[in-house]
Design a protein around this ligand. Structure first.
Ligand SMILES: Cc1ncc(C[n+]2csc(CCOP(=O)(O)OP(=O)(O)O)c2C)c(N)n1
Length: 542
């Protein structure tokens, strides 16, 4: 058997059941071997899209994503998606064909590319070690790393004797130290207004955190990437950071203890620290000790798994303990009345020609089924869908924004849709991001995904317009003539709808009630008189 086939079959044997990619001569055999081993192959139209789809699939399923690319340009095309995954600590395995000969026109320094974006470089060293190499690369990815496994063409084409694939070593969650549990219990026992901010590392651990929060009277918030985690709790403040409601910002700002759970507490989540009151004790729980204190100095750092730590501290507080803490009837009523962005009054700036993005988002929130996955691209518009579209749980929000690249939103929605075909995928894009990632519209149509793509179309790189406009800088370089994006969608096989007014959304109802055989693209011509209020905050990070 050739190495390429043994590696593909071996990875399928480890449980790889879905692979994204663009196939060329260098990854043809390994991809087909994965398919022969039982995996589904999802063809993307651009490797950047393929990498992002695999990333979003991994975030949505919790299992490592796999993407396969051709040597040279196949890998360089995928690099932005790989960088996003690496910065997000997505478990992702990139199967990258490699032309190691220095004179090959396909040659690139694969390990150098991996290192440059924070991914782990791995390779098939020889026919004899190939299966063990692939096994090691997959196990590393499983430990929440993005791994680029170089597949040298000469090794791939060599014969090998594939032995049995060893089972993956089971990993157990890290228990917190007993002293740390005592220290955190003491902090929470003394807390009068505690707030929990849960991040990516808390996904899937809402039950343990809600139990502990009940025992100490804490309010619940998340970072953007964990939006949806506490959906349904009357104590849910939703997202902390740039997207926080005025009420969430006020209540977090009055906290006396803030505990970050699997949350880096970075500049986005804390509004550059402004959301964290100076008098509050800041605690961070994370299974990666290097994450503790990385962005903000903390009063107490607890290395440990989020669920294990929450369980241990709840037990220490007293199994069925329940404290009032921050959970007064008044706070509950305020959250219920003002806890969502749509509860905040605003002046509708729609003018018949262009729709206010808030009005658009609220109307879509009402129209679209609650069982949805929302994926958001980057740009001035990005807060509107993030803040106004509710999601059913943390798997219902896919936010590939660690690298702050535009153009990833559509592929994100595809990966999430493949992972959760039971939910309606909603891709929320700016016109700039939509046109950058446009090739994957064909993938949506070809796969028959019942997706709604909403383009917040201001005919500009609005983020730049609103950033530089107030200084009187020339803006021709960031403005564009109108594009009929609905017609572009139709060309790819979508139903296309242009929206200038809330009434123009009526066909969305018909589409939802129909067979949804073709995906729907909504080109919403949005108002753009001024920048969004979270944008200024975002630009402070530049
Ligand atoms: C790959 C990449 N190129 C450039 C940028 C800089 N940038 C940030 S937002 C933005 C404009 C995005 O325009 P659009 O998608 O239409 O959304 P809008 O800001 O208009 O809401 C640009 C060019 C980026 N973040 N990523």
């Amino acid at each position: 058997m050739r190495v390429a086939e043994a590696v593909g079959r071996g990875l399928a044997g480890l449980g790889v059941n879905t692979v994204f990619g663009v196939v060329g001569s260098g990854n043809f055999h390994v991809t087909n071997a994965l398919v022969a081993g039982g995996a589904r192959f999802v063809a993307a139209r651009h490797e950047g899209g393929a990498a992002v789809m695999a990333d979003a699939w991994a975030r949505t399923t919790g299992s490592p994503g796999v993407v396969t690319v051709h040597q040279g340009p196949g890998l360089t095309n995928a690099m932005t998606g790989i960088a996003e995954a690496a910065k997000s600590r997505t478990p992702l395995l990139v199967l990258a064909a490699e032309a190691p000969e220095i004179r090959s026109n396909f040659h690139v320094d694969v390990a150098g590319l991996a290192a440059a974006v924070g991914a782990v470089p791995e390779r098939l060293y020889s026919p004899a070690s190939a299966l063990a190499d692939a096994h090691r690369a997959y196990a590393t990815a499983l430990g929440r790393r993005t791994v680029i496994l170089a597949l040298p063409l000469s090794v791939q084409g060599s014969a090998c004797e594939p032995g049995p694939v060893p089972a993956l070593r089971r990993a157990y969650p890290t228990a917190p130290a007993a002293e740390a549990v005592i220290a955190l219990t003491e902090v929470l026992r003394g807390a009068r207004r505690p707030v929990f901010i849960a991040g990516r590392g808390a996904r899937g651990r809402a039950a343990e955190l809600e139990r502990l929060a009940g025992a100490c009277g804490a309010l619940l918030a998340t970072s953007a990437v964990a939006k949806g985690l506490f959906r349904g709790s009357p104590w849910n403040l939703d997202v902390s950071g740039g997207f926080a409601t005025p009420l969430a910002a006020e209540l977090i700002g009055d906290a006396d203890v803030i505990v970050g759970w699997g949350c880096s507490l970075n500049m986005w989540t804390t509004r550059h620290g402004k959301l964290i009151p100076p008098q509050a004790k800041l605690v961070q729980v994370d299974d990666d000790p290097a994450a503790i204190g990385a962005h903000r100095p903390v009063h107490l750092g607890v290395p440990g798994d989020v669920a294990e730590t929450a369980r241990a501290v709840a037990d220490a507080l007293g199994g069925s303990a329940s404290a009032t803490g921050y959970r007064s009837a008044e706070v509950r009523d305020r959250i219920s009345g003002q806890g969502r962005w749509r509860d905040v009054a605003y002046k509708d700036e729609s003018d018949g020609e262009r729709i206010d993005p808030r009005t658009l988002s609220i109307a879509l929130d009402d129209l679209l089924p609650a069982d949805r996955t929302v994926a958001v691209d980057s740009g001035n518009f990005m807060g509107y869908p993030s803040m106004f579209l509710s999601v059913p749980d943390e798997a219902g929000f896919c936010f590939t924004q660690a690298f702050q690249s535009i153009g990833l939103g559509l592929a994100t929605a595809i990966g999430a849709a493949v992972a959760r075909p039971d939910r309606l995928a909603v891709a929320a894009l700016g016109d700039g991001g939509a046109l950058m990632g446009v090739s994957e519209l064909e993938t949506v149509a070809r796969l028959g995904l019942p997706m709604v793509v909403v383009v917040y179309d201001d005919e500009a790189y609005g983020a730049e317009v609103h950033h530089f406009g107030p200084d009187g800088d020339p803006l021709e370089v960031v403005r564009f003539p109108p594009t009929d994006i609905a017609a572009i969608g139709r060309g790819f096989g979508f139903e296309g709808l242009t929206v200038r007014d809330a009434a123009d959304l009526a066909p969305v109802r018909d589409w939802l009630d129909g067979p949804r055989e073709r995906p729907l693209l909504i080109d919403a011509k949005v108002t753009s008189a001024h920048g969004s209020w979270w944008l200024e905050e975002a630009f402070r990070g530049h």
